[in-house]
Design a protein around this ligand. Structure first.
Ligand SMILES: Cc1cn([C@H]2C[C@H](O)[C@@H](COP(=O)(O)OP(=O)(O)O[C@H]3O[C@H](C)C(=O)[C@H](O)[C@H]3O)O2)c(=O)[nH]c1=O
Length: 206
């Protein structure tokens, strides 16, 4: 059962336009992995199309996005079925990440790597698409990866920590210890991602 949180608006003002339409805002829903949140963006539609608030520091602080955006990344992945990830950064460069799909569709996966977490090494996936206007908030301590469900899929990432190449870690998307239920056969995978070692039995988290 999805539990909606952050229902109240952070604005305090009326959440309606002059025409009485609901102002764009977000619905934030908890997942079974503590801290990992699904964010639904609302669209304010009219005859021209729609207006949607893509990010709001004030409104999304309650989702856990409480640090400034340090970096914004954009990826295009050509082939349906391609997999990128699973990546994370080791402390002190661990990052919160907001992942959104601007074009196409992805099976977006987060893996809990938090030491002593009751859901350690558990994974959770959400379908993000340009159409469903959903984002995944992925807090520090999680690895992230995705499989595209459409050709020419574009993702936008907001990161709270800059990229530090030497601090990057990776999980092998085919790791049997994770048993991620990828929807499609892997169409494209970087040599680097294919070479991530399987999780060692003595791995206790990050
Ligand atoms: C993440 C990043 C990478 N790079 C460089 C490193 C490589 O030379 C090149 C491509 O990197 P990579 O192959 O890691 O790109 P992806 O496989 O799309 O990785 C991303 O996708 C997975 C699913 C994520 O969650 C990460 O945020 C991100 O690592 O860009 C940078 O210069 N800055 C950056 O912030």
């Amino acid at each position: 059962m999805r539990v909606k949180i952050c229902r109240r608006s952070a604005w305090g003002r009326s959440r309606r336009t002059n025409a009485g339409q609901r102002m764009p805002r977000f619905d934030v829903t908890a997942t079974r992995l503590d801290g990992l949140k699904l964010i639904q963006r609302h669209k304010l539609e009219d005859s021209r199309g729609f207006f949607s608030r893509f990010f709001c520091a004030e409104e999304l602080a309650c989702a856990g996005f409480s640090q400034p955006v340090a970096q914004m990344n954009h990826t295009l992945t050509h082939r349906r079925g391609s997999v990128r990830g699973l990546h994370f950064q080791y402390p002190p460069h661990a990052e919160d990440k907001l992942v959104s799909c601007l074009r196409g569709k992805v099976f977006d996966v987060a893996v809990d790597l938090r030491r002593d977490s009751p859901t350690f090494l558990a994974w959770h996936a959400e379908e993000l698409s340009a159409e469903n206007a959903r984002s995944l908030f992925i807090p520090k301590g999680f690895a992230h990866g995705f499989q595209t469900l459409a050709d020419d899929t574009e993702l936008l990432y907001l990161h709270t920590t800059p990229y530090v190449q030497g601090a990057e870690g990776g999980l092998n998307p085919a790791d049997p210890a994770l048993a991620i239920a990828w929807p499609l056969a892997f169409a494209d995978l970087s040599a680097r991602d294919a070479a991530h070692p399987f999780i060692p039995s003595d791995f206790r988290g990050v």
